[in-house]
Design a protein around this ligand. Structure first.
Ligand code: GDP
Ligand code: MG
Length: 751
């Protein structure tokens, strides 16, 4: 576009580059140029003037009238604008296209404390009856339509001497305005609000009172209206259905400059917001009435106005039917998307780092519970929705609602992921901490001597853990959302805590079992050792047991069995008590006891085998023999004399001791001569026994059927070859003792 030369009020020449990026807006902004191009600078202009964020708190006013009737001059006086005006010398058309400027006055209060409304935008529209454009009606129609679609007040500027000149150029202009307004109504019946036509009569000499001028004008307007060919359906419509009217007269600016300025100042205060009595509808009549009435406002939010204006102009310029609802919906869609993007920026700044933190933690396998997450998320969510509502709710309601739902779904998707990630993290770390805490407490208990209450430990930690999970979940709740609920996750958590507790209890059972086994082993080590040691004393007698007074050698296995079963049942009682104390199930106890019996049998066998090691056994047999041989029945050591029946005593003692070998070689009960009822005593494996429970168990002959060994075999302590070997070696030892005795008998005699 060419740079229009604009002559300012004082005649100096300024150049304006409508498309310049860094345009200064000293003279406002040219929104439509002389070639009917829409200028894209309006957003920058509104931004620079601080109107963008004003919402609905702004106003639009246009001026209409013949060329060179002092329109721009009036606006400049009225609003402190700097629209170009014709210089006195050149008399050329100045205003080209449509210019816009913000009211630079305002703030100043009149005598009654009233002042102009904030954010008044004034559009100076090129007059079209000028010589230079000739009969170009096109721009006139288009600019009129544009002004009607956007402006609350249309100032119609007219010389006093033109009033009543029905054929004059002004009347042509007004006819155009009416026509395009009807056209607009036809297309948008529900969506076009009334405009105020504010007639400003210039160079009022004062001979004719304003009231008369007003009447004349109204008559003319009615005539024009009735002369219009109205579209079908609107034939009966009245001019007041579409317009309100106001009138004011101004003195001659050049002849009465002071009066002119005074009146203009007065006129200025009428550009304020207010209400007018509904009785006066159609005529904003009093010289004092405000003209910026709410019903004239187009309700296009300020930040969307440039886009709306561009869309409207585009439709008008391409001679399309101006469909305002569609324009408003398009605008709403575009702006709502823009606003959504804007409000998502701070949201992203808050949420994205959390998302990253969480996903990093997940990939590192170290779940992180973010503190006060719910508050952060809730705050971010509320801010987004509040900001969006604040900005976007001014736009088309339906579009706004849809976009609001979309936005909420979008952010909630992300927030929900974070929330659930948080619950997962709380779950994982909670379970981990719980089992750690129990283990630590158990270890501490073990250090203090093992007398700890496992059940209490688990219950305490369980309660703590669930409480903690709940409070972490609680602190993650996002207020105002139906999806941030943790009931089912809490259930899952409790379930897993119970599972883990079960596992920990099993471990504790194992520890208990180990302790019990160790206890049994050490007790057997002592008591069984003692039974074997008794063998060393041969005078224990080899006959039948006599009232339990002196244990007989024949009863050895019976005593071992009963010491063994007594010990184990003692351990069983303690095991059961302890296991019950931490809530082990009867099944678990049963399995534990079964294992304990088997392991105890193993311990007994180990102890017996130890005693039966060749050296040990030989020593015991020798002691046994010596005891019988070298002591008399009263327990007094014999002093061998040659007359003694050494040989007889020797043979008797040797035979008696030799009888021990077959006795020792098989674990059998004296009375029945049968093996002890080991299979019955151990019992069948409990039904609930698992493969893991059986994994570390030694097979036992006669108990484990598929083992292929009989109970007899299990009870075999010494094999036949071992027995013979033992007998031979024992005899040799005994022989040695005998020889020694013989010698000592002889030696005693010689002494
Ligand atoms: P526009 O084309 O309607 O914008 O008219 P301008 O504001 O450019 O003014 C056109 C001419 O009218 C200029 O020479 C002004 O000095 C002159 N003018 C402005 N206001 C008045 C007025 O109130 N009375 C008279 N007689 N002339 C005026
Ligand atoms: Mg002008």
């Amino acid at each position: 576009p060419t740079a229009p030369s604009v002559l300012t009020m004082n005649g100096s020449v300024n150049s304006h580059f409508a498309s310049g990026a860094n345009q200064d807006f000293e003279h406002g902004v040219q929104i439509v140029d002389e070639d009917k191009n829409f200028n894209e600078q309006m957003p920058q202009y509104l931004q620079a003037e601080g109107i963008t964020k004003a919402g609905f708190n702004y106003h639009l006013i246009s001026v209409f009238g013949s060329q060179s009737t002092g329109k721009s001059t009036l606006l400049n006086y009225l609003f402190g604008t700097e629209f170009g005006v014709m210089s006195e010398r050149e008399r050329r058309q100045t205003t080209k296209g449509i210019w816009m400027s913000k009211n630079k006055k305002g703030g100043a209060k009149d005598g009654q404390g009233r002042c102009m409304a904030e954010n008044i935008l004034v559009m100076d529209v090129e007059g079209t009856d000028g010589r230079e454009r000739g009969e170009d009606q096109d721009f006139e129609r288009k600019s009129a339509l544009f002004a009607l679609a956007t402006s609350e007040v249309l100032i119609v500027n007219i010389w006093e001497h033109q009033v009543g000149l029905y054929q004059g150029a002004n009347m042509g202009l007004l006819k155009t305005v009416f026509e395009v307004d009807l056209q607009l109504f036809l297309k948008n019946s529900k969506n076009v609000t009334k405009s105020l036509l504010f007639f400003v009569i210039r160079d009022h000499l004062g001979h004719t009172p304003l009231a008369n001028l007003k009447n004349t004008l109204m008559q003319d307007l009615e005539r024009i209206w009735s002369g219009l060919s109205k579209p079908p359906g609107l034939e009966k419509s009245k001019i007041n259905d579409y317009f309100d009217f106001a009138f004011v007269a101004l003195p001659h600016k050049i002849l009465q400059p002071e009066c002119f300025e005074q009146e203009v100042a007065k006129l200025g205060t009428r550009f304020r917001e207010g209400y007018v009595d509904s009785k006066k509808a159609g005529l904003v009549d009093d010289a004092d009435d405000p003209v910026l009435l709410p019903q004239y406002h187009r309700r296009i939010p300020a930040d969307g106005f440039p886009m709306y204006a561009a869309g409207v102009w585009e439709q008008i310029d391409s001679n399309k039917d101006l469909d305002l609802p569609t324009q408003q919906e398009l605008l709403a869609q575009f702006r709502c998307d823009e606003i959504a993007k804007e409000v998502l920026l701070p949201f992203d700044a808050t949420i994205a780092p959390l998302e990253e933190q969480q996903s990093n933690a997940v990939s590192a396998g170290a779940p992180i519970v973010i503190a006060a997450l719910g508050k952060t998320l809730g705050g971010a969510r509320e801010l987004v929705l509040k900001s969006f509502e604040e900005e976007a709710s001014r736009y088309h309601k339906g579009v706004f609602k849809t976009k609001q739902t979309e936005l909420a779904a979008k952010i909630d998707g992300r927030l929900k992921t974070l929330f659930q990630g948080q619950l997962t993290a709380a779950h994982k770390s909670g379970i981990h901490d719980f089992s750690e805490a129990v283990s630590t407490a158990v270890k501490a208990g073990q250090k203090k001597g093992g007398n700890y209450d496992f059940y209490k430990i688990v219950q305490t930690e369980k309660q703590k853990s669930i409480k903690r999970f709940e409070s972490e979940a609680q602190a993650s709740l996002v207020t105002g959302t139906p999806w941030s609920d943790y009931k089912s996750q809490l259930n899952l958590y409790q379930k897993e805590i119970d599972e883990v507790s079960g596992r920990l209890r099993k471990e504790e059972m194992r520890r208990l079992a180990t302790r019990s086994e160790r206890w049994v082993r050490s007790r057997l080590g002592e008591s069984i050792g003692m039974e074997f040691n008794k063998l060393g004393s041969g005078r224990a007698g080899s006959g039948a047991p006599e009232d339990g007074e002196k244990p007989s050698e024949k009863d050895l296995w019976d005593r071992i069995w009963s010491v063994f079963t007594d010990t184990v049942s003692h351990a069983e009682i303690r095991f059961t008590e302890r296991a019950r104390s931490f809530d082990a199930s009867p099944d678990e106890v049963e399995v534990g006891l079964w294992r304990l019996r088997r392991k105890s049998w193993g311990a007994l066998r180990d102890k017996i085998d130890e005693e039966m090691m060749e050296g040990n056994l030989l020593l015991k047999l020798r002691e046994n023999f010596e005891d019988k041989f070298r002591y008399d029945d009263e327990g007094v050591p014999r002093i061998w004399r040659p007359t003694d029946d050494i040989e007889g005593l020797y043979t008797k003692a040797r035979e008696s001791t030799l009888e021990l070998i077959p006795l020792l070689s098989r674990f059998k009960m004296a009375r029945t001569s049968a093996p002890p009822p080991l299979d019955a005593w151990i019992g069948a494996p409990p039904e609930t026994v698992t493969a893991a429970d059986e994994e570390d168990l030694q097979p036992i002959g006669g108990v484990d059927e598929d083992e292929g060994r009989s109970l007899e075999e299990e009870m075999t302590i010494l094999t036949d070859s071992k027995r013979q070997d033992l007998a031979t070696r024992f005899k040799k030892t005994a022989d040695g003792v005998y020889v020694e005795a013989k010698r000592s008998a002889i030696g005693g005699m010689t002494q």
